[in-house]
Write a protein that binds this ligand. Structure first.
Ligand code: CP
Ligand code: NVA
Length: 307
C-alpha cells in the first residue's frame, strides 16, 4: 500500500511517471473524455485547516475519475474531543479506499497512513506540501519544456512548501536556491536529504540569506505566504523579518529575462509578491493553480486507481 506523505516518497522514475499521468489526465479531463479508474472508490478528505485549491481539486479529481469523495472536517470528528488519531485511522481505513489529509502535524498524517491501511495523501502539514509540488513541476515543465538543469529560486519562508520544493527540485534534477532570513531556514533534515538527492540527480542545492543572490540567473522564481496557517500569533514578527524577501519587479531583474514567477496561493499582494508581478507577463500562477486539479488526479489515479 503506497502513500504520498513526503515528496521524498517519490523516486525519479515515480515522479516522471506521475507527471506523464498528470499530462494524460489533463488532456482527458479537458476534453471531457470519460475516465473511470476510481469507479467504486471512496476517498475521504480529513482537513484540520482551511483550503480552497487542495480540497476542491481532490474532490473534483475524484469525481472526474468516477469515484466518490467525502469531506471530513476534523473539528466535526471525535478527534476534536480527544479520540486518538490511530483509532480514527483504523475506522476510516475500514470505510474508505484512500485518505487525503491536511493537518497541523506531520506525525498525524504519518499515523493516518500507518493505522488506516489505506493509501494516505499529505494535503499539507507543518513539514510538507507534496501534492502542491507535483502540480508545480507539471506547470514548470509545461512553461519551460523541461525540468532538468533549470534553476528555481524560492524566496521567503523556509516552510512546508519550501521543504517539499527542495525535495521535488532535487529529485527532478533542477538546481534550487532558497533565499530566506537566517531564522526562517528550511527544515535541516529535509535540506540534508535534498542535498543527497541532488547529488544523485546532478543538481545543486543552496540556501542563502540574500534574495537577489538566490534569484540570480533563475529560470523560475517561487514564493509562498509569510504567515502560514497556525502562525497567526507570530504575524508582526514575521512581517518585519520578511520585509526584504518580496518578489517584485526589482528582484525580477536579477533573474533570467524570461523568468517564470510562481506562488502556491493564497497570495498577499504587497507582502510576499507585488500586484504588478502577480498579474504581470512573467506570472504562471494561474496555470499553476489550474494544474492542481491534474496533479491531484494523477496522485489519486496512481495510488487508488484500478489497473
Ligand atoms: N496552494 C494551496 O494548497 O491552496 P489551498 O490552501 O487553497 O488548498
Ligand atoms: N505555507 C502555507 C501554504 C498554504 C497553501 C501554509 O501552510 O499556510
Amino acid at each position: 500500500m503506497r502513500s504520498l506523505l513526503s515528496m521524498a516518497d517519490l523516486s525519479g522514475p515515480d515522479l516522471d511517471s506521475l507527471l506523464k499521468r498528470a499530462r494524460r489526465l489533463k488532456r482527458k479531463i479537458k476534453s471531457h473524455e470519460e475516465t473511470v479508474s476510481l469507479r467504486g472508490k471512496v476517498v475521504g478528505l480529513l482537513f484540520e485547516k482551511p483550503s480552497t485549491r487542495t480540497r476542491t481539486s481532490f474532490e473534483v479529481a475524484t469525481i472526474r475519475l468516477g469515484g466518490h469523495s467525502l469531506y471530513l472536517s476534523a473539528n466535526e470528528l471525535q478527534l476534536s474531543r480527544g479520540e486518538p488519531v490511530k483509532d480514527t485511522a483504523r475506522i476510516l481505513g475500514d470505510y474508505l479506499d484512500a485518505i487525503v489529509a491536511r493537518v497541523y502535524s506531520q506525525d498525524v498524517v504519518n499515523q493516518l497512513a500507518e493505522f488506516s491501511g489505506v493509501s494516505t495523501i499529505n494535503a499539507l502539514s507543518d513539514m510538507e506540501h507534496p501534492t502542491q509540488i507535483v502540480a508545480d513541476l507539471l506547470t514548470i515543465n509545461e512553461a519551460k519544456g523541461r525540468l532538468k538543469g533549470l534553476k528555481i529560486a524560492y524566496i521567503g519562508d523556509g516552510d512546508n512548501v519550501c521543504n517539499s520544493l527542495l525535495l521535488g527540485a532535487s529529485i527532478a534534477g533542477m538546481n534550487i536556491s532558497v533565499g530566506c532570513p537566517p531564522n526562517y531556514r528550511p527544515n535541516e533534515q529535509i535540506l540534508k536529504r535534498a542535498v543527497e538527492l541532488a547529488r544523485s540527480s546532478g543538481s545543486i542545492v543552496e540556501v542563502v540569506t540574500d534574495p537577489a543572490e538566490a534569484a540570480g540567473g533563475a529560470d523560475v522564481l517561487y514564493t509562498d505566504v509569510w504567515v502560514s496557517m497556525g502562525e497567526e500569533a507570530e504575524k508582526e514578527r514575521r512581517l518585519t523579518a520578511f520585509r526584504d524577501y518580496q518578489i517584485n519587479s526589482k528582484l525580477l531583474e536579477a533573474a533570467k529575462s524570461d523568468v517564470s514567477v510562481m506562488h502556491c496561493l493564497p497570495a498577499h499582494r504587497g507582502m510576499e509578491i507585488t500586484e504588478e508581478v502577480l498579474e504581470g507577463p512573467h506570472s504562471i500562477v494561474w496555470l499553476q493553480g489550474e494544474n492542481k486539479l491534474y496533479g491531484a488526479a494523477a496522485v489519486l489515479d496512481w495510488l487508488v486507481g484500478k489497473r
